[in-house]
Design a protein around this ligand. Structure first.
Ligand code: AMP
Ligand code: MG
Length: 412
Protein backbone atom coordinates (compact mmCIF):
# COMPACT_ATOMS: atom_id res chain seq x y z
CA UNK A 1 0.00 0.00 0.00
CA UNK A 2 1.30 3.47 -0.85
CA UNK A 3 2.23 5.90 1.88
CA UNK A 4 0.65 9.35 1.77
CA UNK A 5 3.91 10.82 0.47
CA UNK A 6 4.08 8.21 -2.28
CA UNK A 7 0.48 8.98 -3.25
CA UNK A 8 1.31 12.68 -3.51
CA UNK A 9 4.31 11.82 -5.61
CA UNK A 10 2.20 9.69 -7.96
CA UNK A 11 -0.34 12.48 -8.34
CA UNK A 12 2.40 15.00 -9.07
CA UNK A 13 3.94 12.73 -11.68
CA UNK A 14 0.62 11.97 -13.35
CA UNK A 15 -0.97 15.42 -13.38
CA UNK A 16 0.89 17.97 -15.45
CA UNK A 17 -0.01 21.66 -15.83
CA UNK A 18 -2.72 22.56 -18.32
CA UNK A 19 -1.78 24.47 -21.46
CA UNK A 20 -2.09 28.21 -20.90
CA UNK A 21 -5.01 30.03 -22.50
CA UNK A 22 -5.51 33.74 -23.05
CA UNK A 23 -8.35 35.23 -20.99
CA UNK A 24 -9.71 38.76 -21.06
CA UNK A 25 -9.68 40.94 -17.97
CA UNK A 26 -11.58 40.73 -15.68
CA UNK A 27 -12.82 37.18 -16.37
CA UNK A 28 -9.23 35.99 -15.89
CA UNK A 29 -9.87 36.48 -12.15
CA UNK A 30 -9.72 33.28 -10.15
CA UNK A 31 -7.50 31.58 -12.70
CA UNK A 32 -3.80 31.06 -12.25
CA UNK A 33 -1.26 33.19 -14.07
CA UNK A 34 0.73 31.04 -16.49
CA UNK A 35 3.67 33.38 -17.20
CA UNK A 36 5.73 35.97 -15.34
CA UNK A 37 4.66 39.53 -16.05
CA UNK A 38 7.14 42.37 -16.54
CA UNK A 39 5.89 45.92 -16.35
CA UNK A 40 5.65 47.73 -19.66
CA UNK A 41 5.10 51.09 -18.00
CA UNK A 42 6.36 53.44 -15.35
CA UNK A 43 3.81 54.02 -12.60
CA UNK A 44 2.86 56.73 -12.20
CA UNK A 45 3.62 57.49 -15.86
CA UNK A 46 4.44 61.14 -15.01
CA UNK A 47 5.18 63.20 -11.89
CA UNK A 48 1.72 63.86 -10.51
CA UNK A 49 -0.13 65.72 -7.81
CA UNK A 50 -1.64 63.66 -4.99
CA UNK A 51 -3.66 66.58 -3.63
CA UNK A 52 -5.70 69.49 -4.88
CA UNK A 53 -3.66 72.62 -4.23
CA UNK A 54 -0.75 74.58 -5.67
CA UNK A 55 2.40 73.28 -7.32
CA UNK A 56 5.27 75.50 -6.20
CA UNK A 57 9.01 75.62 -5.59
CA UNK A 58 9.88 74.40 -2.12
CA UNK A 59 12.63 77.03 -1.94
CA UNK A 60 9.92 79.71 -2.10
CA UNK A 61 8.34 78.43 1.14
CA UNK A 62 11.24 79.17 3.50
CA UNK A 63 9.26 81.97 5.10
CA UNK A 64 5.47 81.52 5.20
CA UNK A 65 3.05 83.15 4.78
CA UNK A 66 4.24 84.01 1.30
CA UNK A 67 2.39 85.34 -1.77
CA UNK A 68 3.00 83.63 -5.11
CA UNK A 69 1.73 84.59 -8.58
CA UNK A 70 -0.62 81.96 -10.06
CA UNK A 71 0.46 81.32 -13.66
CA UNK A 72 -1.86 78.54 -14.71
CA UNK A 73 -4.44 75.95 -13.69
CA UNK A 74 -3.94 72.28 -14.53
CA UNK A 75 -6.65 69.64 -14.10
CA UNK A 76 -6.23 65.86 -14.35
CA UNK A 77 -5.83 64.76 -17.95
CA UNK A 78 -4.29 68.13 -19.05
CA UNK A 79 -0.64 68.96 -19.68
CA UNK A 80 0.96 72.00 -17.99
CA UNK A 81 1.89 74.68 -20.53
CA UNK A 82 4.12 76.80 -18.32
CA UNK A 83 6.94 76.06 -15.92
CA UNK A 84 6.73 77.31 -12.35
CA UNK A 85 9.42 79.94 -11.85
CA UNK A 86 10.60 81.49 -8.58
CA UNK A 87 7.72 83.35 -6.92
CA UNK A 88 5.16 81.48 -9.03
CA UNK A 89 2.53 78.79 -8.46
CA UNK A 90 0.27 76.59 -10.60
CA UNK A 91 -3.18 75.67 -9.34
CA UNK A 92 -3.22 71.86 -9.63
CA UNK A 93 -5.78 69.09 -9.11
CA UNK A 94 -5.22 65.53 -7.88
CA UNK A 95 -3.89 63.35 -10.68
CA UNK A 96 -2.69 66.25 -12.86
CA UNK A 97 0.92 66.26 -14.16
CA UNK A 98 3.33 68.42 -12.19
CA UNK A 99 4.64 71.46 -14.10
CA UNK A 100 8.40 71.84 -14.63
CA UNK A 101 10.11 73.75 -11.89
CA UNK A 102 7.66 72.75 -9.14
CA UNK A 103 8.86 70.26 -6.56
CA UNK A 104 6.08 70.32 -3.99
CA UNK A 105 2.28 70.57 -3.83
CA UNK A 106 0.71 72.71 -1.13
CA UNK A 107 -2.73 71.48 -0.03
CA UNK A 108 -5.60 73.82 -0.96
CA UNK A 109 -6.51 74.01 2.75
CA UNK A 110 -3.15 75.68 3.43
CA UNK A 111 -3.66 78.45 0.88
CA UNK A 112 -5.84 81.52 0.21
CA UNK A 113 -6.37 82.77 -3.34
CA UNK A 114 -6.96 86.44 -4.01
CA UNK A 115 -9.05 87.08 -7.14
CA UNK A 116 -8.01 90.71 -7.53
CA UNK A 117 -4.26 90.19 -7.49
CA UNK A 118 -4.24 86.68 -9.00
CA UNK A 119 -1.96 85.69 -6.17
CA UNK A 120 -2.14 82.83 -3.72
CA UNK A 121 -1.02 83.13 -0.14
CA UNK A 122 0.64 80.00 1.18
CA UNK A 123 -0.13 79.86 4.89
CA UNK A 124 1.37 76.50 5.84
CA UNK A 125 4.41 74.97 4.09
CA UNK A 126 4.69 71.18 3.67
CA UNK A 127 7.55 69.67 5.64
CA UNK A 128 9.71 68.75 2.71
CA UNK A 129 10.30 68.99 -1.00
CA UNK A 130 8.39 66.25 -2.83
CA UNK A 131 5.41 66.39 -0.46
CA UNK A 132 1.95 65.61 -1.89
CA UNK A 133 3.25 64.40 -5.22
CA UNK A 134 4.33 61.08 -6.72
CA UNK A 135 7.37 60.86 -8.99
CA UNK A 136 7.22 59.00 -12.28
CA UNK A 137 8.08 55.32 -11.78
CA UNK A 138 8.05 55.54 -7.98
CA UNK A 139 5.59 52.60 -7.68
CA UNK A 140 6.86 50.53 -10.61
CA UNK A 141 9.39 50.91 -13.42
CA UNK A 142 9.12 49.63 -16.98
CA UNK A 143 11.08 46.38 -17.22
CA UNK A 144 10.54 45.49 -13.59
CA UNK A 145 9.08 41.99 -12.87
CA UNK A 146 5.73 42.51 -11.13
CA UNK A 147 3.86 39.18 -11.10
CA UNK A 148 5.17 35.63 -11.11
CA UNK A 149 3.58 32.61 -12.78
CA UNK A 150 1.50 30.50 -10.44
CA UNK A 151 -0.25 33.38 -8.77
CA UNK A 152 -4.00 33.27 -8.39
CA UNK A 153 -5.43 36.37 -10.06
CA UNK A 154 -7.44 38.38 -7.55
CA UNK A 155 -8.75 41.91 -7.76
CA UNK A 156 -5.34 43.58 -7.12
CA UNK A 157 -3.61 41.53 -9.83
CA UNK A 158 -6.42 42.23 -12.30
CA UNK A 159 -6.17 45.96 -11.56
CA UNK A 160 -2.40 45.89 -11.99
CA UNK A 161 -2.65 44.05 -15.31
CA UNK A 162 -5.13 46.67 -16.48
CA UNK A 163 -2.69 49.42 -15.48
CA UNK A 164 -0.04 47.69 -17.60
CA UNK A 165 -2.44 47.60 -20.54
CA UNK A 166 -2.49 43.81 -20.60
CA UNK A 167 -6.09 43.29 -21.69
CA UNK A 168 -5.55 39.57 -22.17
CA UNK A 169 -3.55 37.42 -19.86
CA UNK A 170 -2.19 33.85 -20.19
CA UNK A 171 -3.73 31.68 -17.49
CA UNK A 172 -4.08 28.05 -16.64
CA UNK A 173 -7.85 27.90 -16.41
CA UNK A 174 -9.70 26.55 -13.40
CA UNK A 175 -10.46 22.89 -14.01
CA UNK A 176 -13.99 21.54 -14.03
CA UNK A 177 -14.60 18.72 -11.58
CA UNK A 178 -17.53 16.35 -12.01
CA UNK A 179 -18.95 14.92 -8.79
CA UNK A 180 -20.62 11.55 -8.93
CA UNK A 181 -22.06 9.96 -5.81
CA UNK A 182 -22.57 6.22 -5.93
CA UNK A 183 -24.75 4.01 -3.78
CA UNK A 184 -28.13 2.26 -3.84
CA UNK A 185 -28.83 3.69 -0.38
CA UNK A 186 -28.58 7.34 -1.42
CA UNK A 187 -31.40 9.78 -2.05
CA UNK A 188 -30.98 13.40 -3.19
CA UNK A 189 -30.38 15.57 -0.14
CA UNK A 190 -33.60 17.45 -0.77
CA UNK A 191 -35.63 14.26 -0.25
CA UNK A 192 -36.68 12.24 2.78
CA UNK A 193 -34.80 8.93 3.03
CA UNK A 194 -36.82 5.74 3.25
CA UNK A 195 -35.81 2.77 5.36
CA UNK A 196 -32.10 2.00 5.08
CA UNK A 197 -31.52 5.09 2.96
CA UNK A 198 -29.43 8.21 3.62
CA UNK A 199 -29.14 11.59 1.97
CA UNK A 200 -26.39 12.31 -0.52
CA UNK A 201 -24.50 14.75 1.66
CA UNK A 202 -21.19 14.27 -0.14
CA UNK A 203 -22.25 15.95 -3.35
CA UNK A 204 -22.88 19.47 -2.01
CA UNK A 205 -19.96 19.16 0.41
CA UNK A 206 -17.55 18.26 -2.37
CA UNK A 207 -19.02 20.98 -4.58
CA UNK A 208 -18.06 23.55 -1.95
CA UNK A 209 -14.59 22.09 -1.52
CA UNK A 210 -14.18 22.24 -5.28
CA UNK A 211 -15.16 25.89 -5.39
CA UNK A 212 -12.78 26.67 -2.52
CA UNK A 213 -10.00 24.93 -4.40
CA UNK A 214 -10.57 27.33 -7.29
CA UNK A 215 -12.27 24.84 -9.59
CA UNK A 216 -15.79 24.54 -11.00
CA UNK A 217 -18.07 21.79 -9.73
CA UNK A 218 -20.34 19.80 -12.02
CA UNK A 219 -22.67 17.73 -9.85
CA UNK A 220 -23.90 14.60 -11.62
CA UNK A 221 -26.27 13.25 -8.99
CA UNK A 222 -26.37 9.63 -7.88
CA UNK A 223 -25.30 6.53 -9.78
CA UNK A 224 -26.70 3.23 -8.58
CA UNK A 225 -24.53 0.29 -7.66
CA UNK A 226 -24.91 -1.50 -10.97
CA UNK A 227 -22.55 -1.60 -13.90
CA UNK A 228 -24.78 0.03 -16.53
CA UNK A 229 -25.90 2.98 -14.46
CA UNK A 230 -22.41 3.61 -13.17
CA UNK A 231 -20.75 3.28 -16.57
CA UNK A 232 -23.15 5.74 -18.18
CA UNK A 233 -22.58 8.28 -15.42
CA UNK A 234 -18.81 7.76 -15.50
CA UNK A 235 -18.76 8.45 -19.24
CA UNK A 236 -20.50 11.76 -18.61
CA UNK A 237 -18.10 12.53 -15.77
CA UNK A 238 -15.11 11.90 -18.01
CA UNK A 239 -16.04 14.99 -20.01
CA UNK A 240 -14.72 17.10 -17.11
CA UNK A 241 -11.05 17.63 -16.31
CA UNK A 242 -11.36 15.69 -13.09
CA UNK A 243 -14.00 13.17 -12.04
CA UNK A 244 -14.57 12.65 -8.33
CA UNK A 245 -16.63 9.64 -7.42
CA UNK A 246 -17.70 9.02 -3.88
CA UNK A 247 -18.32 5.53 -2.58
CA UNK A 248 -17.97 2.13 -4.18
CA UNK A 249 -14.18 1.83 -3.93
CA UNK A 250 -13.88 -0.49 -0.93
CA UNK A 251 -13.93 -4.25 -0.95
CA UNK A 252 -17.72 -4.70 -0.76
CA UNK A 253 -19.71 -6.81 -3.17
CA UNK A 254 -21.17 -3.76 -4.86
CA UNK A 255 -18.01 -1.69 -4.90
CA UNK A 256 -17.95 -1.50 -8.67
CA UNK A 257 -16.12 1.77 -9.20
CA UNK A 258 -12.63 0.37 -10.01
CA UNK A 259 -13.94 -2.21 -12.52
CA UNK A 260 -16.32 0.23 -14.21
CA UNK A 261 -13.60 2.86 -14.51
CA UNK A 262 -11.36 0.29 -16.09
CA UNK A 263 -14.13 -0.57 -18.53
CA UNK A 264 -14.36 3.12 -19.42
CA UNK A 265 -10.68 3.08 -20.37
CA UNK A 266 -9.32 4.66 -17.20
CA UNK A 267 -5.87 3.47 -16.17
CA UNK A 268 -5.37 2.83 -12.46
CA UNK A 269 -2.44 4.72 -10.95
CA UNK A 270 -3.03 3.58 -7.40
CA UNK A 271 -5.66 1.99 -5.20
CA UNK A 272 -5.43 2.23 -1.42
CA UNK A 273 -3.26 4.54 0.60
CA UNK A 274 -2.02 4.06 4.15
CA UNK A 275 -4.07 6.97 5.43
CA UNK A 276 -6.81 7.33 8.02
CA UNK A 277 -9.48 8.14 7.08
CA UNK A 278 -9.44 7.33 3.38
CA UNK A 279 -7.65 4.01 2.93
CA UNK A 280 -9.69 2.78 -0.09
CA UNK A 281 -8.81 5.90 -2.18
CA UNK A 282 -8.52 5.12 -5.90
CA UNK A 283 -6.70 7.31 -8.43
CA UNK A 284 -6.41 6.89 -12.18
CA UNK A 285 -6.01 8.68 -15.46
CA UNK A 286 -7.76 8.59 -18.80
CA UNK A 287 -4.73 9.12 -21.01
CA UNK A 288 -4.67 11.99 -23.50
CA UNK A 289 -4.76 9.69 -26.54
CA UNK A 290 -8.11 8.28 -25.36
CA UNK A 291 -9.95 11.60 -25.07
CA UNK A 292 -11.60 13.51 -27.93
CA UNK A 293 -9.73 16.74 -27.14
CA UNK A 294 -6.33 15.19 -26.46
CA UNK A 295 -6.29 16.31 -22.82
CA UNK A 296 -5.97 13.69 -20.09
CA UNK A 297 -8.67 13.26 -17.44
CA UNK A 298 -7.94 12.51 -13.80
CA UNK A 299 -10.22 10.32 -11.74
CA UNK A 300 -10.49 10.00 -8.00
CA UNK A 301 -12.59 7.33 -6.34
CA UNK A 302 -13.14 8.75 -2.87
CA UNK A 303 -14.37 6.49 -0.09
CA UNK A 304 -18.05 7.17 0.57
CA UNK A 305 -17.89 7.93 4.27
CA UNK A 306 -18.36 11.69 4.41
CA UNK A 307 -15.26 12.49 6.44
CA UNK A 308 -13.15 10.19 4.28
CA UNK A 309 -14.45 11.92 1.17
CA UNK A 310 -13.77 15.33 2.63
CA UNK A 311 -10.29 14.47 3.88
CA UNK A 312 -9.27 12.73 0.66
CA UNK A 313 -10.42 15.74 -1.31
CA UNK A 314 -8.35 18.07 0.87
CA UNK A 315 -5.27 15.84 0.80
CA UNK A 316 -5.28 14.49 -2.74
CA UNK A 317 -7.78 16.06 -5.15
CA UNK A 318 -6.61 19.55 -4.25
CA UNK A 319 -3.10 18.49 -5.15
CA UNK A 320 -4.29 17.55 -8.64
CA UNK A 321 -6.07 20.90 -9.01
CA UNK A 322 -2.90 22.71 -8.01
CA UNK A 323 -0.81 20.69 -10.43
CA UNK A 324 -3.18 21.42 -13.32
CA UNK A 325 -2.77 25.08 -12.51
CA UNK A 326 1.01 24.94 -12.55
CA UNK A 327 1.66 24.99 -8.80
CA UNK A 328 5.00 23.26 -8.17
CA UNK A 329 4.08 22.29 -4.56
CA UNK A 330 4.37 18.59 -3.78
CA UNK A 331 2.44 18.41 -0.53
CA UNK A 332 -0.44 20.37 1.04
CA UNK A 333 0.49 23.52 2.92
CA UNK A 334 0.50 23.03 6.66
CA UNK A 335 0.81 25.38 9.59
CA UNK A 336 2.80 24.76 12.77
CA UNK A 337 0.65 24.74 15.90
CA UNK A 338 0.99 23.78 19.55
CA UNK A 339 -1.18 21.04 21.07
CA UNK A 340 -3.29 22.21 24.01
CA UNK A 341 -4.67 18.87 25.20
CA UNK A 342 -2.74 15.66 25.72
CA UNK A 343 -3.90 12.79 23.52
CA UNK A 344 -2.78 9.48 22.07
CA UNK A 345 -3.23 7.77 18.73
CA UNK A 346 -2.44 4.27 17.64
CA UNK A 347 -2.42 2.45 14.35
CA UNK A 348 -0.16 1.86 11.41
CA UNK A 349 -1.51 4.57 9.12
CA UNK A 350 -0.74 8.28 8.94
CA UNK A 351 -3.83 9.91 10.41
CA UNK A 352 -5.50 13.24 9.79
CA UNK A 353 -7.62 14.30 12.74
CA UNK A 354 -10.09 17.18 12.83
CA UNK A 355 -8.76 20.05 14.96
CA UNK A 356 -9.87 23.48 15.91
CA UNK A 357 -7.29 26.26 15.55
CA UNK A 358 -7.00 29.19 17.86
CA UNK A 359 -4.79 32.21 17.22
CA UNK A 360 -2.87 33.32 20.30
CA UNK A 361 -0.02 35.75 20.91
CA UNK A 362 2.31 32.75 21.11
CA UNK A 363 1.16 31.36 17.74
CA UNK A 364 -1.46 28.86 16.64
CA UNK A 365 -2.94 26.38 19.08
CA UNK A 366 -4.50 23.11 17.96
CA UNK A 367 -7.42 21.68 19.89
CA UNK A 368 -8.38 18.12 18.85
CA UNK A 369 -12.10 17.75 18.12
CA UNK A 370 -13.67 14.60 19.56
CA UNK A 371 -14.98 12.43 16.75
CA UNK A 372 -16.41 8.99 16.36
CA UNK A 373 -14.87 8.02 13.04
CA UNK A 374 -15.16 8.69 9.35
CA UNK A 375 -18.98 8.74 9.34
CA UNK A 376 -18.96 11.53 11.95
CA UNK A 377 -19.34 14.54 9.71
CA UNK A 378 -20.93 16.46 12.53
CA UNK A 379 -17.62 16.60 14.43
CA UNK A 380 -15.92 18.31 11.52
CA UNK A 381 -18.09 21.42 11.80
CA UNK A 382 -16.06 22.22 14.90
CA UNK A 383 -12.78 21.82 13.04
CA UNK A 384 -10.65 24.32 11.11
CA UNK A 385 -8.23 21.83 9.70
CA UNK A 386 -6.58 18.44 9.86
CA UNK A 387 -3.88 17.49 12.32
CA UNK A 388 -1.21 15.45 10.58
CA UNK A 389 -0.29 12.51 12.84
CA UNK A 390 2.53 10.13 11.82
CA UNK A 391 1.88 6.38 11.76
CA UNK A 392 2.60 4.28 14.83
CA UNK A 393 1.61 4.79 18.44
CA UNK A 394 1.84 8.48 19.22
CA UNK A 395 1.55 10.40 22.44
CA UNK A 396 1.08 14.15 22.40
CA UNK A 397 1.70 16.39 25.38
CA UNK A 398 0.58 19.94 25.98
CA UNK A 399 2.80 22.32 24.00
CA UNK A 400 4.03 19.72 21.51
CA UNK A 401 4.51 21.15 18.05
CA UNK A 402 2.29 19.65 15.33
CA UNK A 403 1.36 20.34 11.72
CA UNK A 404 -2.16 21.31 10.74
CA UNK A 405 -3.48 21.47 7.19
CA UNK A 406 -6.08 24.22 7.29
CA UNK A 407 -9.38 23.60 5.50
CA UNK A 408 -10.14 25.41 2.33
CA UNK A 409 -6.81 27.06 1.73
CA UNK A 410 -5.99 27.72 -1.87
CA UNK A 411 -2.28 27.53 -2.65
CA UNK A 412 0.17 28.54 -0.09
P1 AMP B 1 -18.90 3.11 0.40
O1 AMP B 1 -17.57 3.79 0.26
O2 AMP B 1 -19.72 3.13 -0.83
O3 AMP B 1 -18.72 1.72 0.94
O4 AMP B 1 -19.69 3.93 1.49
C1 AMP B 1 -19.21 4.04 2.80
C2 AMP B 1 -20.23 4.71 3.69
O5 AMP B 1 -20.43 6.03 3.25
C3 AMP B 1 -21.60 4.05 3.66
O6 AMP B 1 -22.11 4.10 4.97
C4 AMP B 1 -22.38 4.92 2.73
O7 AMP B 1 -23.76 4.87 2.99
C5 AMP B 1 -21.81 6.28 2.99
N1 AMP B 1 -21.93 7.14 1.81
C6 AMP B 1 -21.59 6.76 0.56
N2 AMP B 1 -21.82 7.76 -0.30
C7 AMP B 1 -22.34 8.78 0.41
C8 AMP B 1 -22.81 10.09 0.07
N3 AMP B 1 -22.78 10.51 -1.19
N4 AMP B 1 -23.28 10.86 1.06
C9 AMP B 1 -23.30 10.41 2.33
N5 AMP B 1 -22.86 9.21 2.71
C10 AMP B 1 -22.41 8.37 1.76
MG1 MG C 1 -21.40 2.26 -1.58
Amino acid sequence: MLTVDQAWEQICQTVTPREPQLRELPVAAGHVLAEDVVSAVDSPPFDKALMDGYAVRFADLADVPVDLRVVEEVTAGRTPQKPVGPGEATRIMTGAPLPDGADVVVRIEDTAFDDDSGQVTITVAPGESGANLARRGSAMRAGEPVLTAGRVLRAPEIGLLAELGQAQVPVRPCPEIAVLATGDELVPYSQDPGEGQIRNSNEPMLAVQIAQAGATARPLGIARDNRDDLLAAVRTGLESDILCLSGGVSAGKLDLVPSVLEEAGVREVFHKVAVKPGKPLWFGVLDAERTPDGRPRFIFGLPGNPVSSMVCFELFVRMAVRRLQGDPGTSPCSLPAAIVEPFQTRGDRRTFLPVRLSVTAGGLEAIPVPWQGSFDLRATVNADGLLDVPPGDQEFHIGDSVHVIPFGQRFG
